[in-house]
Design a protein. Sequence first.
Lengths: 454, 284, 337
Amino acid sequence: MSDPVAFFDERLGAARGIRFVLSYVFPDHWSFLLGEIALYSFVTLIATGTFLALFFEPSLGHVVYHGGYVALQGEAVSSAYASTLRMSSNVSGGLLMRQTHHWAALVFVAAITLHLLRIVFTGAFRKPRDVNYFIGVTLLALAILEGFAGYSLPDDLLSGMGLAIAWAVAMSIPLIGGPFATALWGGRFPGTTSFESRLYIAHVFVIPMILAALITVHLAIIMIQRHSQFPGVGRREDNVVGTPLWPGYALRSLGLFAAVAAVLVLMGGLIQINPVWLWGPYHTYVGTNGAQPDWYLGWLIGALRLMPNLEIHVFGHTLVPNPFFGGVLFPSLVFALLYALPWLDRRWISRDHARHDLLERPRENPRRSGLAAAVFAAVAVVFAAGSADRLFFQFGFGYEGAVWFFRGAFLVVPVIVYVLVKRVCLALLASEAHPLRGWSGSILTRNARGGFDT
Amino acid sequence: MRRALLALAAFVCAGLALIAFSAGGGPQASGAGAPARAPAPATPAGVAASAGEQAAASVALARGRALFVSSCSACHGMGAGGISGRGPSLHGVGELAADFYLRTGRMPLPSPRAQPMRTRPAFAAAQIADLVAYVGSFGGPAIPTVQPAAGSLQRGHSLFALDCAGCHTIAAQGGIVTGAVVPSLQTASAREIAEAIRVGPYVMPRFGAGELSAGDVNSIARYVQSTDSPQDSGGWGIGRIGPIPEGMVAWLLAVAALLAIARLLGERTGDTPPPPPRGGQGTT
Amino acid sequence: MSGSERERPRPRTRLRGLLTMLVLWRLGALRRLRRAPRGAPEDPSERHVGAAAWAESLVLALLAAAGLAGLGFVALFILEPDTQLLGLSLGLALALAGAALALAGRRLVPQETRVEHRPRYGDDAEVAAVRSQAKAGLAGITRRRLLAGTAGLAGAGLTAAVAIPLAALGPGLEEQLRVTPWHSGRRLVDDQGTPILAADVNEGSFLTAFPEGADHEQLGSPVVLVRVASSALRLPAARATWAPEGILAYSKICTHAACAISLYRSPLSPSTESRGPALVCPCHYSTFDVRDGGSVEFGPAGRPLPQLPLRIDASGALTAAGPMSGPVGPAWWGDSQ
């Protein structure tokens, strides 16, 4: 195969497609790289996860631990937990891979979230991109689910406590909760020993496959529609102005890939994450103070903690158990709002049904920016409430008082944020200042001779 | 651009400082203000020691009583019988409780309703010995002997998980219970750990010999001491309390770094003028 | 491609590059003040060719360093697989490679801004053509409705057949959600299996106990034992005999979200601490008063902790005097209290 292009063109007619891809134009803006950071985190997750899967034993069957961590010597633990410890201490590079995997998961969801914010505040979800926006929101939901499944696999103290809460939340779904949770876990929590393999296949096969397929479609739709762009010189609704893929953009994007991997590997090697040997194995009858999920579920633990102890009972029977409100209703509402955003924007917020390929800057739609910021602020308040116990611990701010404070903030902060963001947008629109590009004035100082220096 | 990067760097540094604080800080800091009623030592320590060599136990008791009257009786009463609503009776708490509270600086309290927190002891070691002897004279348990080396690390871990981790966290980093702060245990000595188990200070449950034998206490002390220098094979331990500092590091370090990189890579502002803001007059 | 290509060599030296940048930036600022005239379509296409010599050397150096760092990772992996050193070497290799790629993208290869036409979708004629073509495929069929209905039936049957294996996941028996190993006469043992004597439970202390011989991991098993002064008890009349000597047993599984209730707030000095003894869950801080049958004092739990009636047998050991007072763990739709 002396000429690979000729080889594939003669057999598949590939040259046209390759030329299309090479000359595909990417508009230049740093915020368009947020999705790429998520993509490259995903690639890092697949690479490191494959390595981990070679050593992990997805079983709750009990073994006696005889590894390097002295405090657990001779203790009966599950194979899942023992194999996680083994890959962390006895497999060369195992701990690096495991920690890189975990950091990559945290960064993956963070990058998707930032990407979502960019899409929402610049109006990139409008027609014709609404279709791709729905896929993106689905990707976020799946990424959170995938992350939680991974967090739950090692069967350490934190993952067990997380699963107990997940089971209670599943149980709380009206009408189907009991049978649904019982079927999923194969009985009452902690469930059958095969629950671990169910979780495992979901984490290493089912959800990643759906993620990979949806990411492919997500990118293909961008290729078909061309990337959106900010208004600028010569930039119109009917064109794309930017850097062609070959060579400039490809090199920069590969550079970003290497940078993402570099940051994640450096973190994986230097900063300890989820030291499961310190947490110890899970038992249904032990718990550790202030158990927390990874950050992307912080808003759910916050909602569970903020919810007053309301439970709906009728004639001695439960209708709606308490975890439903914080664990099911709240996230469902948030995701429903996200999915409905294109429709809400067309119908109520912007009252604009037209197709848009030029983006808006956040200030150009103060109403939408204000409303979106208010919703995200409400979620952020609940997220912060998830760590109110640590606030108490660090700053001596009473926990019960903190819960009431956050309940109030949940109602008040969105209103303040709405008013504030709207006003800032209008002010920026009037002054044309650039909030991220710094201040362009000069400092006037009095010098020794009584004059002024700038 | 440069300013934005500088601001980002400053933000990251501030974030790291916050993480370092949350990892290393803890409620000890809030108790650092010396108790208001801490008395100045009446005599230089050297004089007290030389006097102690000659004096009989009754002299120590008398000194302890004098100290008690001047420093403790406002809440616990002149005869240590307690004052309702201010401080409990100390009859029967023994040398055990007195030694624990005084040597960890938890007593005297700045106000009767405050939570006792670990802080610098208000009294010199000799004064504490006198006070302990005085409180002990009303009867009660003696100071326990503890030998962490005789305990089992593995049993200590299981017992700690079962009885202690709910409040102190499994890595003994401290936490909360509704109404009180739970201290981290890294600064506690083996003797203090054993005393706390038996005393149950403030709202902590107390464990008698029926619940935890002397051997169990040795094991727990050994496990707690092992958390002073845990096996941080993963690198920087960031507080060992799990996902909260991990999430902060992910956002303030990794995501911030990647945003800076994205800003450097994303726009060709380095070799062209920055795009003007309104209406699109940029020449990219 | 609507733009014209202007090829011009880039300045060869760093200094000249910087000066040019400065001038261009000032020009941009001026133009910003003037606001470019609207109307005439501007063409932003441009293409600069020409790599700076320093950039080429730097990319070469970075690539070589990345390769060396990668080899360093290999050497460390074989000789001294320390997590920190491995992370440093691999991270360094990737960072150097990233820097080389980014620099090559910005300073070596031609810098090009291109204008591409954006396709517009939504062709009414095409949509109509698809409709008529689809209709044409059904020409000559008479019982269309019936066919559609039957096809729906086939689809439903197949979907059900594909989905039914999922039913094998769980027995789906809600009965087992209620079962606990506790019954009258079952002794309480500690985590080592030793029976717990009433005399072992001191006021102010708490203990985790299990039903003798039962699986400790089962949700219905673990209970918390505490003792309070009999005078402090405020149990409902029906539970008057459930706490011999003031010893109480509650399920250790939180009724909110199934975490283990592993905090016992036990005030040492009731005269200064207004709140009484309570069990607290470490997940969402539901707080249960132990004196009055486990009622919720604070937190999200929607119902009290189930209580286990106790009695003290002839040998002084604690024994269950009956089943749990209610279902253990979190609630679900339709459960009975």
